[in-house]
Design a protein around this ligand. Structure first.
Ligand code: NAD
Length: 467
């Protein structure tokens, strides 16, 4: 396996230490990746700070051209990046390929936007303008479920808005970010983009660093709260994209056979390791048994395996800690409900869990109330749709949710009652770069994507002229 380097101040440098990166499908060490020291983190922030004045004065078009070159480099190396993504993350190669091309698409999206000066008042006595100015050094902290595309949500708007950035991938999936650093080191002015890696020890110092003006974080709610606390001292700008426990609500007019494949995909893609995966499914009592049977039969037919093997539909859990957590939750779920598919782990190396459907379970059980972040779906019976929405809302999370019905008016009315950042109707977990995305309650703070996602990387500055 190739050597990897950090990207600091335009140079590819060795880490002060190394750390093993494990392939979750084989449990074999892929390579020893560089691990940055706190001194190297400080160098990266210093480089980003030094690069900021010149970068922030470049024209919007110049910055967009640089971001497009990053997207070009990703597309030109898509096959290699996708294989590496499968090896470090576990997802099937087709999904990894889609993530890599999706990264280029999400990067390019922000180059289609502008930050025009808005005139608030242009009257005889005064002219008032709203300008959007860059903030300075951005710290971008990324989780392990979508290491590439979630980075793009931060990298592109940060750069287009005129900020410089220090990116920190998750400790268990650092390789695609490091590879990207290698690909772009000659395409981006020194210091504008820096990549550092850690063993879960540099997120806090990056967040608290006095020269970091904004932290854009995607990860768990517990860590998000630490980021908020760490940023509070200097009143830094923060965007937090956190955990979820999305509910899907299926009304009595839905055909179980037709809907089940879509519901299954919404819950199990990326082996359930998706912030906006459907994590609780409420089904009307009149179609409950049939829906459970349909979902169980899809689960039993699903091929799990090494993402590099042809035919694999679901890969392993990404890391041992998550694997152990989900297995523990499934063991408990067997006492709170009835497991009708999966529930077991194949007797071979790799963090594999068979896709698991749990029925006869209800709110109050851990498998329903907590974010599983794995290939398991509890199916809950309801009789009154308003009650189902109330149960969906009764969660500390509020990331997404969906209503499924043949009657769009009825679904739309229920969507008004649902309290989360996104409500889908007859689909779930669709992300589009032009559609703003963010969580309610403890699922997050602020917005990513869309024009709002770009403006999150700016300071609103008013110029108010007497005349
Ligand atoms: P995590 O919170 O453990 O780690 C996320 C990142 O934070 C990693 O890079 C980690 O090294 C870093 N980190 C650790 N301690 C830190 C600290 N004290 N300060 C700052 N950073 C620190 O999350 P995870 O297990 O990697 O990811 C899974 C979670 O992410 C799930 O809860 C999932 O729902 C959530 N997620 C949310 C979204 C979203 O957009 N809302 C998207 C993907 C994942």
């Amino acid at each position: 396996m190739a050597d990897y380097s950090l990207l600091i101040n335009g140079a590819l440098v060795a880490g002060d230490a190394t750390m093993d990166v494990v392939n979750p499908a084989t449990e074999e060490v892929i390579c020893a990746a560089p691990r940055a020291s706190e001194a190297q983190l400080n160098q990266a922030v210093a480089a980003a700070k030094a690069a900021f004045p010149a970068w922030s004065k470049t024209s919007l078009d110049e910055r967009k051209a640089v971001v497009n070159k990053i997207a070009d480099a990703i597309e030109a190396n898509a096959n290699d990046l996708a294989r590496l993504l499968t090896q470090e993350q576990g997802k099937p190669l087709a999904d990894a390929t889609a993530e890599v091309y999706g990264t280029a698409i999400f990067l390019r999206y922000f180059t289609s936007l502008d930050l025009p000066v808005k005139v608030i008042d242009d009257s005889e006595g005064r002219l008032v303008e709203a300008h959007r100015r860059p903030l300075g050094v951005v710290g971008a902290i990324v989780p392990w479920n979508f290491p590439m595309i979630l980075m793009a949500f931060k990298l592109s708007p940060a750069l287009v808005a005129g900020n410089t950035i220090v990116v920190k991938p998750a400790p268990t999936t650092p390789l695609t970010a490091l590879k990207l650093g290698e690909l772009i080191c000659d395409l981006v002015p020194a210091g504008v983009v820096n990549f550092i890696t850690d063993a879960n020890d540099l997120g806090a110092p990056l967040t608290a660093h006095p020269d970091v003006r904004k932290v854009s974080f995607t990860g768990s709610t517990a860590t998000g709260a630490k980021v908020m606390a760490g940023a509070a001292g200097l009143l830094k700008r923060i965007t937090l994209e956190l955990g979820g426990n999305d509910a899907g609500i299926v009304l009595d007019d839905v055909n179980p056979k037709e809907a089940a494949p879509k519901l299954f995909q919404s819950a199990f893609q990326n082996s359930g390791q998706v912030c906006i995966a459907m994590k609780r499914l409420y089904v009307h009592e009149s179609i409950y048994d049939e829906m459970c049977d349909e979902l169980a039969s899809i689960a039993k037919e699903t091929v799990i395996g090494d993402g590099l093997e042809q035919g694999t539909q679901l890969g392993p859990l990404q890391n041992k800690m998550q694997f152990d957590k989900v297995r523990e939750m499934i063991a408990e779920a067997g006492q709170d409900g009835t497991i009708i598919a999966g529930g077991d782990t194949p007797d071979k190396p790799g963090f594999f869990i068979a896709p698991t459907i749990v029925r006869d379970v209800t709110d109050g059980a851990r498998i329903v109330d907590e974010e599983q972040f794995g290939p398991v779906l509890p199916v809950i019976k309801f009789s009154d749709p308003h009650d189902a929405v109330a149960r969906a809302n009764a969660s500390p999370y509020g990331l997404g949710g969906s209503i499924w019905s043949a009657d769009l008016d009825k679904a739309y009315a229920l969507a008004q009652e649902m309290e989360s950042g996104t409500i889908w109707i007859n689909k779930h977990a669709e992300l589009d770069p032009s559609v703003p995305f963010g969580g309610a309650r403890q699922s997050g703070l602020g917005t990513e994507l869309g024009q709002e996602g770009l403006e999150e990387f700016t300071q609103l500055k008013m110029i108010n002229i007497a005349r």
